[in-house]
Unconditional design. Structure first.
Length: 271
């Protein structure tokens, strides 16, 4: 597992102490292959904003955000709630997973149904579920990722990208954006793995106080779903290589990014 070194990211904004928003950070400072860096204060990532406190909202309002990209589906939004309103900020919902798949699954997770969880997640099935999801988001969500990148290039910065935990859908969307900016895969992985810090983890809302719902076995079964693992991101990169032969063709053929669009994207997000 790659660890972030001090030389990977230059100084960007200090990490704030947010109470109701998990996994927030500025993506600025990451280096590109041509020696540039992602501009600080232009691209942020986090978990959902539904539980932001008044102080959190004040901090977020002070970032000068143009757009918040919410990659949650309707099941996520029904569970955690809609994002808090930030004055003057455009909210764009681009679901990156199937609501019908999420609704029943997360109900089972909240209730801690141990027999069902064993059947669905045991024997490596949880990790397989994650790698499969990452692969499908690469091949099946090119239109959505094109929309995000086009929006960033045209007007939508500073921007914040989030999903529920800010780890998978937002993490992969940030990774795709960083690929388009010329950030190498090792630096992208280092940023992705920062989501493993304990204070960044998504808080599971329990619908039951039964012993099963809080048992160590339930938490062990769920652990692969709530970790940022290098193997998940690697599955996405491997899918790019297997499907398009590498990053460049993925960007041009898969995401349909023209040289002009990429130049505008670089101009907005790179120093």
């Amino acid at each position: 597992m790659t660890q972030q070194s001090p030389s990977t990211r230059s100084e960007s904004m200090p990490e704030p102490e947010l109470t109701g928003v998990r996994n927030f950070r500025d993506v600025g400072g990451l280096p590109t292959a041509d020696g540039r860096r992602v501009r600080a204060g232009q691209l942020f990532r986090s978990g959902h904003l539904a539980h932001a406190t008044e102080a959190d909202t004040g901090f977020l309002s002070g970032l000068g955000l143009h757009t918040v990209f919410d990659f949650r589906n309707s099941a996520d939004r029904a569970l955690d709630g809609l994002d808090v309103e930030l004055p003057g900020v455009r909210n764009v919902n681009i679901p990156l997973s199937d609501p019908a798949d999420g609704a029943g699954f997360w109900k089972m997770v909240r209730e801690g149904d141990l027999p069902q969880l064993r059947s669905l997640l045991g024997d490596g099935k949880a990790a397989l579920r994650m790698t499969t999801s990452y692969r499908e988001m690469i091949t099946g969500r090119t239109t959505e990722h094109n929309r995000v990148l086009r929006s960033l290039a045209e007007e939508s910065v500073p921007a914040l990208m989030h999903c529920a935990a800010g780890k998978d859908r937002a993490g992969l969307s940030v990774a795709v954006t960083l690929l388009a900016l010329g950030v190498d895969r090792e630096a992208i992985e280092a940023d992705y793995l920062e989501s493993n810090a304990q204070h960044r983890r998504y808080r599971i809302r329990r619908a039951s106080d039964s012993p099963d719902a809080l048992s160590p076995e339930v938490m062990e079964l769920l652990s692969p779903l709530f970790e940022a693992r290098a193997e998940y991101l690697a599955a996405a990169f491997e899918t790019i290589d297997a499907t398009w032969g590498g990053t460049e063709r993925y960007l041009t053929d898969g995401l349909r990014l023209t040289p002009e669009l990429r130049d505008r994207l670089h101009g907005r997000l790179l120093d």
